[in-house]
Design a protein. Structure first.
Length: 266
């Protein structure tokens, strides 16, 4: 459960979480960012979204950070929800907590180390993709490393992952996407029951697979987002591919995670 909620505008208090609210009355998209000790990455991500003109709200759902993460979040974001239990929050719990506060028609889930090139043009095109395709329920995009982190190894290992998501979603109509970027209709999110909260990892692939049974999913290959590749850099690309594969197959075939806990990489 979250800690407590405060609304800066009305000073409303609720014992179920902590929220700082200055959201527009009618956002088109709700950008939900789970965090846990993200002070090294979060400000860059939020600065990247600072000039976004499309009506939106940003929701930070924090797992109990003890660094500067919450201070950064409160300077930038519309709503902040803080986890209040002693055990570690799952990714599914974090994402569902953010979605519960969303007020728009489209939910966007990104990681705290993800930046979006030209966010105004990016989200304008993403929303248009939904509006022109009534059967489309969810979108993902290719993932690229931050420009300053780019190396031949990052490019080599990012490419097959992106191609796999394009083939899965666009050709085989099989919902498949990692958690760095997922955009879904809010109504479909509700129909699917949100993310599974019992999974230590793999909740992103499981969610996209389930919404893919409701309607069409796409990997929108004309656009992309950038991320730090921090897990790959610290774990190693080959080992990480094995972990992803093991986790993904375990969740999709056995409906359980292969790992008791997905390690925090900072």
């Amino acid at each position: 459960m979250p800690a407590e909620i405060f609304d800066k505008q009305s000073d409303y208090k609720n014992p179920s979480g902590v929220v700082y609210s200055r959201a527009p009355s009618s956002p088109v998209i709700s950008i939900i960012i789970p965090t846990l000790k993200e002070d090294a990455f979060l400000e860059r991500t939020l600065e990247n979204l600072k000039g976004l003109q499309l009506p939106h709200e940003i929701i930070i759902t924090d797992g109990g950070s003890t660094d500067r993460t919450l201070d950064i979040a409160r300077r930038y974001t519309d709503k902040v929800v803080v986890w209040g239990e002693p055990r570690r929050q799952t990714f599914g719990e974090a994402k569902n907590a953010g979605a519960a506060l969303a007020t728009s028609d489209y939910l966007v889930f990104i990681d705290a180390d993800v930046t979006i090139p030209k966010p105004n043009a990016f989200f304008k095109e993403m929303v248009a993709a939904f509006e022109t395709r009534p059967t489309l329920v969810a979108l993902t995009v290719p993932l690229l490393p931050w420009k300053e982190n780019h190396s031949w190894m990052d490019a080599f290992f990012c490419t097959p992952l992106n191609v796999w998501y394009i083939i899965s979603n666009n050709l085989f109509h099989y919902g498949n996407a990692s958690g760095e970027f997922q955009m879904v209709r809010r109504s479909v999110f509700v129909d699917a029951g949100g993310y599974r909260e019992d999974l230590a990892g793999g909740e992103d692939t499981d969610f996209f697979n389930r919404v893919g049974r409701i309607g069409r999913t796409l990997s929108y290959w004309r656009l992309s987002v950038r991320h730090s590749c921090r897990r790959a850099h610290k774990t190693g690309w080959l080992k990480l591919y094995w972990m992803w594969a093991r986790q993904g197959f375990s969740v999709l075939l056995l409906s359980r995670t292969a790992y008791k806990e997905w390690a925090v990489i900072r």
